[in-house]
Design a protein around this ligand. Sequence first.
Ligand SMILES: *[C@@H]1O[C@H](CO)[C@@H](O)[C@H](O)[C@H]1NC(C)=O
Ligand SMILES: *[C@@H]1O[C@H](CO)[C@@H](O)[C@H](O)[C@H]1NC(C)=O
Ligand SMILES: *[C@@H]1O[C@H](CO)[C@@H](O)[C@H](O)[C@H]1NC(C)=O
Ligand SMILES: *[C@@H]1O[C@H](CO)[C@@H](O)[C@H](O)[C@H]1NC(C)=O
Ligand SMILES: *[C@@H]1O[C@H](CO)[C@@H](O)[C@H](O)[C@H]1NC(C)=O
Ligand SMILES: *[C@@H]1O[C@H](CO)[C@@H](O)[C@H](O)[C@H]1NC(C)=O
Length: 430
Amino acid sequence: MERLWFSLLLLAAACRGQPCPKRCMCQSLSPSLAILCSKTGLLFVPTAIDRRTVELRLQENFITAVRRKDFANMTSLLHLTLSRNTISQILPSAFSDLRRLRALHLDSNRLTVIKDDHFKGLTNLRHLILANNQLHSISPHAFDDFLSTLEDLDLSYNNLAQVPWDTVGRLTNVNTLNMDHNLIENVPQGVFTNLHKLARLDMTSNKLKKIPPDPLFLRIPVYAKSKGSPLSSLVLSFGGNPLHCNCELLWLRRLTREDDLETCASPPDLSAKYFWTIPEEEFICDPPVLTRKSPHTVALEGQPASLKCKANGDPEPEVHWISPEGRLISNGSRTLVFPNGSLEINVTALKDSGNFTCIATNAAGESTGRVELVVTAMPHLANSTSRSRDPSSEPFLLNWHGTPIQFQWVETAMPGIIPFDTVKIATVEF
Ligand SMILES: *[C@@H]1O[C@H](CO)[C@@H](O)[C@H](O)[C@H]1NC(C)=O
Ligand SMILES: *[C@@H]1O[C@H](CO)[C@@H](O)[C@H](O)[C@H]1NC(C)=O
Ligand SMILES: *[C@@H]1O[C@H](CO)[C@@H](O)[C@H](O)[C@H]1NC(C)=O
Ligand SMILES: *[C@@H]1O[C@H](CO)[C@@H](O)[C@H](O)[C@H]1NC(C)=O
Ligand SMILES: *[C@@H]1O[C@H](CO)[C@@H](O)[C@H](O)[C@H]1NC(C)=O
Ligand SMILES: *[C@@H]1O[C@H](CO)[C@@H](O)[C@H](O)[C@H]1NC(C)=O
């Protein structure tokens, strides 16, 4: 009976002019056509696919690459499943004819990067499932064609340390964001501000030490209920992250949710304790304390100088430098400011002399220190006017590759280099 049914289906597909690909099942439920080719040992996307297909399932095969011609002209396709293959390569614009595609399943493949041109043309995409690949990079414009239509983005179980957050922040229709089981260390503040429809955010098992406050989190159920918020509630999961439980996470603790098992990784006295059981007053920050700074520093004009300021605190303080004229110093043509508190001036000028101020700041306060820099003048090679009149310093000749060159003695000052007030050096004029 089943066989007969299958044959009828096959016949139905054949009637439409395109044979069903070998070992596949073609269901022509008029007017739509579905082609099911799972577990059929495919090495490539079959070429004999009816271009009017609406649903195409190619999961559990051995497809390694998606090529431009594979889905060419398939403008009716709504649902494409390529899960559990071995795809490591998507050629540019491979999906560019799939204007109506709503769901693209590419989970459990071997993708490592998503480039700007991979998903070009998918202007109606609602569901993009990229879980369980080896993704470490997603280009910032990769999702541009479906920023306002995407409802569901699954990036879980990849190797992402960086996420294109600007792009994520523009997915205005997104309902579900799965970014769990990656290597994400940082979520920028305010990234979820415009994601009004977000109902589920999974950040479980990443490397987050902190989570910035965001209006979104006010929709976490318990809190929302108690405040009678009209917004739909949000399911937020962030267990399995090495949370650093200091004052920066107090806002989250205040959401008074007690049903989850998130733990703190640091500071040491809170390590392994359940986040929601720690009293608010134990989420503490320590203001910066300057532990080391450069002493009075002397540099010769034109030479580099390095000023250092080291501060401890929780969270790790940021160090900024203020020039003697009171300007905030940033990375420039002569100066580099390092996150560790070092200020490097690559070529010092006399005008750099003065008192520099370093300011260490963190969430708990600030601390300042002063480092004095003295730049001493570089002796300039003498002008003819300053040439020595000493008669004992007669000019002399040296032979340079057969050419006699006349040298003259001049007297000059070289403070800081040679421990004499003045020295005589031989100069030559051409
Ligand atoms: C797609 O359509 C174009 C124009 O009708 C045709 O030239 C091309 O061969 C088609 N490609 C495939 C793979 O069907
Ligand atoms: C100093 O900075 C200039 C401008 O950025 C750069 O061209 C030069 O290589 C730097 N010199 C040293 C010694 O780092
Ligand atoms: C300045 O440049 C250095 C080296 O490129 C970099 O490590 C540092 O973070 C930069 N500092 C700022 C404040 O951007
Ligand atoms: C800070 O970092 C810079 C660049 O990485 C390095 O040259 C400098 O020695 C560091 N300073 C300290 C105090 O560790
Ligand atoms: C730097 O500060 C010290 C102490 O206040 C002061 O003696 C010194 O004159 C200042 N140096 C400059 C160049 O202003
Ligand atoms: C060299 O001589 C010129 C002209 O006499 C003068 O303007 C300049 O300051 C002198 N330079 C030095 C380094 O003495």
